[in-house]
Design a protein around this ligand. Structure first.
Ligand code: AMP
Length: 397
């Protein structure tokens, strides 16, 4: 069956068409600037050239229509007609406490996702628009919602409670939810498979270090803690997000700079992280490591601070699980940035793990970085959230 995987942002739509039997990506692409001028679709068929076409997309509905046009196009298309799409899998960011797994999308499910809008005001409305647009363009095709939060719903209260008045949890459901769940699930399962062990028998720490970054503790196959919280702002230092800090800093900055809480929130999400801390060098680790190699001190301090935070979380999750068997790196930075993996490893000798400098030069492939004799395995496992969504979709339809 061919599964169309859809990931909608507020003004973008990413897609992949995956043949679920061979798990081959038949085509992938991106619609950008939806709802604004100069919107364009970039479509790449398997083995073919990337084609970018400017076309008006006032809403996500036109974007979905264009995706179907490209997929069925006589020249750059990969299927003859819409009937060759067996199901659609939608990435949905926030499922609150309502979804602990993927679900077939019905009217009730859409309502329940809408009820989580408050918890992810930038993401969930876009995800719902994408679902409606696909329903309109592909009536009758079964659709599945795969939630970023679902894998972490197994966390115990002691991991998801904040030290706040309980009434805020009861009234507003303020608690830790965690994100990147599809990736933490996929990567921890794949790590166990590579090691020839059952995930149920392992204590795994997954470091999903991308532009957004989170760490999870996966014990006996279940997420028992993760670093992102009510929103994806908490935890590690990220590309442009601050991660953990003293909450009193918000009102302090607001007072000093004459800003509203919302404006400070924007700074914490968009102008902070490695971008902000480096004094604006970049949010991209390729630029930061290049700047460090050129002797830039701010870049070095930023990379040191970033790596130190990752190492501290690994220590915390080792304590949470009373041990660790496997540490896995994944996502853009985790898979590619040797500098970060090497720095983190310097803190982890006490655990009985290491990172081989030669193997650490490898990028974006499955590789065990530690020695055979190490007590704890450190490895890279590239993530593949789209494939994980396609698999979930097939399982449910
Ligand atoms: P993601 O959100 O997983 O797509 O990760 C994106 C981030 O990964 C980028 O902002 C870069 O910081 C980092 N990244 C991607 N490719 C490389 C690379 N070849 N070397 C170093 N960092 C990379």
């Amino acid at each position: 069956m061919n599964v169309l995987v859809i990931n909608c942002g507020s003004s973008s739509l990413k897609y992949q068409l995956i043949d679920s039997e061979s798990e081959k990506v038949l085509a992938k692409g991106l619609c950008e600037r939806i709802g604004i001028e100069k919107s364009a679709i970039t479509h790449t068929p398997d083995g073919g050239e990337k084609v970018t076409t400017e076309s008006p997309m006032p809403t996500h509905t036109e974007a979905v229509k264009l995706v179907i046009e490209k997929l069925t196009d006589p020249e750059v298309g990969v299927i003859k007609s819409l009937s060759e799409i067996g199901a659609v899998g939608h990435r949905v960011v926030h499922g609150g406490e309502k979804f602990s797994g993927s679900v077939v999308i019905t009217d009730e499910v859409i309502k329940a996702i809408e009820e989580c809008n408050d918890l992810a005001p930038l993401h969930n409305p876009a995800n719902i628009i994408g679902i409606h647009a696909c329903q309109e363009a592909m009536p009758g095709v079964p659709m599945v919602g795969v939630f970023d939060t679902a894998f972490h719903q197994t966390m115990p209260k002691k991991a998801y409670y904040y030290g706040l008045p309980l009434e805020y949890y009861e009234k507003y459901k303020i608690r830790r939810y965690g994100f990147h769940g599809t990736s933490h699930d996929f990567v921890s399962a794949r790590a166990a498979e590579i090691l020839g062990k059952k995930r149920e028998d392992l204590k795994i720490i997954v470091c999903h270090l991308g532009n957004g970054a989170s760490i999870s503790a996966v014990m006996n196959g279940k997420s028992i803690d993760t670093s992102m919280g009510l929103t994806p702002l908490e935890g590690l230092i990220m590309g442009t997000r601050s991660g953990d800090m003293d909450p009193a800093i918000i009102s302090f900055i607001a007072d000093k700079e004459g800003l509203t809480a919302d404006e400070v929130n924007t700074i914490l999400n968009k102008k902070s992280g490695v971008y902000g801390l480096s004094g604006g060098i970049s949010s991209d680790f390729r630029d930061l490591t290049a700047a460090e190699d050129d002797g830039n001190e701010a870049a070095k301090d930023t990379l040191d601070t970033y790596s130190y935070r990752v190492a501290k979380y690994i220590g915390a999750y080792t304590a949470a699980m009373n041990g660790v068997d496997v540490i896995v790196y994944t996502a853009g930075v985790g898979e590619n940035t040797a500098r970060v993996r090497a720095s983190v490893a310097e803190y982890l000798g006490y655990l009985g793990t290491s990172v081989d400098p030669e193997k650490n030069k490898l990028r974006g492939e499955e590789v065990i970085l530690s020695k055979d004799t190490d007590k704890v395995v450190t490895m890279i496992v590239p993530t593949n959230e789209e494939l994980a969504i396609a698999r979930e979709t097939v399982k449910l339809v």
